[in-house]
Write a protein that binds this ligand. Structure first.
Ligand code: ME8
Length: 514
């Protein structure tokens, strides 16, 4: 049976415009989805928008809009952002859709039928910015004596009738889950925090609100709307057609991987598995909490006005240069800083010099000296065999890194081959062979085409647009671009199109003028 892979991003709140952080998560999930597709896996890649809750209701009100029209507009801007970033989500779930309301309602009913929900009253603190109930013991005192949430967000006192989920009953089962499935939460930092949070003891969780009505009504008690996180987490079930067991995508649950930012690890690693256990549903296989991007050393915020627009960056540097930078700059999981200096350096050194030049130097000689005709595989020297062996082993090594979600290690391995190929071309100097041994020159150029083909094939998930162009320049047909196709050599004699530079150097405005 074909292997399945279901990967999700968080569904994003529609209370503001998408920025580079949302693009980052979306691109990381996209790279994994595309890589699995290249490997012949049946992929379901899900993203979407989180449209209910107090934060969205208040933002819409402040803009003088009704919540639904506001959510429609902002949800569309998230879809557009993903399109602009070449994010190939198969499905975009909106929590205001009927399908989602049905799934959230069915989840609630199962949890309630199994006796895990009771009616009570919540009295305590709530942070609208975090959409989280904050325990008295979690409050942080500011120098002026006021209290905020651990994230620094303001809190307000809330007192209202509320349904509760018996989270306290799940402490032992959750700890057992983390122990028995060591990969359930990654990486280690967030995992340690989650385990220690659960070990400190869990309180029952308020799962409905009555002070506003922008949400999914609680079944049987429409005075209440579901707590926005109960509603939002259910989106992952909506995606697979829940509760319809015959739905086309039903076999895609449980998800293989939820990718989230570290600030929402608790909702995904504690509440979500507990809700699913309570409903008697299978648990996702893995939750990976990545780190946070700052911009030139500062946290992105509305008040600083420094949230980076991914579209503007893509327009300036090129979409694939941006995607590459985001995946390359930081080990997936860690925090990182977006600096223009670093973006420019990587674009010029790694893309324009290392990869762009390798391709250009090789292909321009085939165009010039071999009439653009792909030469046959020739007799191999030791030097040829050594570098071809590295290229042959690469797909396996990259696949292992991708399975571990070590996206930047995968890139580093590919770059090792790129650098080795640049040394190879310098050593073999085909431009000199042209005068002394044209047969050997053709052999060397063929080795280079085969190496660049491996590189471009493996880089497709990271840089889909430019790698498609590169593969076309190498004479690789569309049906020959997956990992399996690498095992079949390209037939000699194909006419290669005229090579074009794919990665222009970034020239800064000052020097452009000079
Ligand atoms: O939390 N660096 O939505 P949200 C890296 N609706 N990633 C960032 C980032 C940054 N500076 N800023 C945002 C929610 N992100 C809920 C999720 S899921 C059932 C509900 C990314 O709009 C990161 O993935 O606040 C983070 O977790 C997500 O956007 C938060 O998006």
């Amino acid at each position: 049976m074909t292997r399945r892979f279901t990967v999700t991003t968080p569904i994003f709140y529609v209370n503001g415009a998408p920025h580079i952080g949302h693009a980052y998560t979306s691109i990381a999930a996209d790279v994994l989805a595309r890589f699995h597709r290249l490997n012949g896996v049946d992929v379901l890649f899900v993203s979407g928008t989180d449209e209910h809750g107090q934060k969205v209701a208040q933002t819409a009100e402040a803009k003088g809009m009704d919540a639904q029209s506001y959510a429609d507009a902002v949800s569309q801007s998230f879809r557009q952002m993903q399109e602009d970033m070449a994010v190939s989500a198969d499905l975009f779930v909106r929590t205001t859709s009927d399908a989602h309301k049905k799934a959230a309602t069915a989840l609630w009913e199962r949890v309630a039928e199994n006796g895990h929900i009771y009616l009570g009253a919540y009295e305590g603190w709530y942070s609208t910015r975090d959409e989280a109930f904050i325990g008295e013991d979690e409050l942080v005192k500011k120098p002026d004596g006021s209290f905020v949430a651990p994230s620094g967000a303001p809190v307000e006192r809330v007192k209202e009738p509320s349904y509760f989920f018996r989270l306290s009953d799940f402490e032992d089962r959750l700890l057992k889950l983390y122990e028995e499935q060591p990969d359930f939460i990654g990486p280690h930092g967030p995992k340690r925090e989650i385990v220690s949070f659960v070990k400190q003891g869990l309180r029952d969780l308020s799962v409905s609100r009555t002070s506003f009505d922008w949400g999914v009504p609680v079944p049987g008690d429409p005075e209440h709307v579901m707590y926005v996180w109960f509603d939002a987490l259910a989106n992952y079930l909506t995606a697979t057609g829940f509760p319809d067991e015959q739905a086309e995508r039903a076999g895609h649950w449980p998800a293989d991987l939820h990718i989230v930012g570290k600030e929402i690890a608790r909702f995904h690693c504690v509440y979500w598995p507990a809700f699913l256990m309570a409903a008697g549903l299978p648990l996702p296989k893995r939750i990976f909490a990545h780190g946070w991007w700052t911009v030139e050393g500062e946290k992105m915020s509305k008040s600083l006005g420094n949230a980076l627009d991914p579209k503007m960056l893509a327009d300036e540097f090129g979409l694939d240069a941006l995607r590459f930078f985001l995946m390359r700059e930081v080990p997936f999981g860690g925090d990182s800083n977006f600096s223009r200096r670093s973006m420019i350096t990587r674009t010029n050194v790694e893309l324009a010099n290392d990869l762009g030049n390798l391709c250009q130097r090789s292909l321009s000689q085939i165009a010039r000296n071999l009439d653009g005709i792909l030469p046959q595989i020739g007799a191999r020297t030791e030097d040829d065999a050594a570098i071809l062996a590295v290229a042959e082993a690469l797909p396996g090594i990259v696949s292992e890194h991708m399975e571990r979600l070590a996206l930047n290690d995968a890139l580093e391995e590919i770059w090792k081959l790129i650098r080795a190929a640049n040394s190879y071309i310098d050593r073999q100097a085909p431009w000199a062979l042209k005068k002394t041994d044209t047969e050997r020159m053709a052999d060397v150029l063929r080795v280079l085409v085969d190496i660049i083909r491996t590189i471009a094939t493996l880089l497709q998930p990271f840089m889909p647009t430019t790698m498609a162009l590169m593969l076309t320049q190498l004479g690789v047909e569309e049906s020959e671009r997956d990992l399996a196709a690498l095992k079949s050599p390209l037939p000699a004699g194909r006419i290669l199109p005229k090579p074009q530079g794919l990665f222009p150097r970034y020239v800064e405005a000052e020097s452009k003028d000079a």
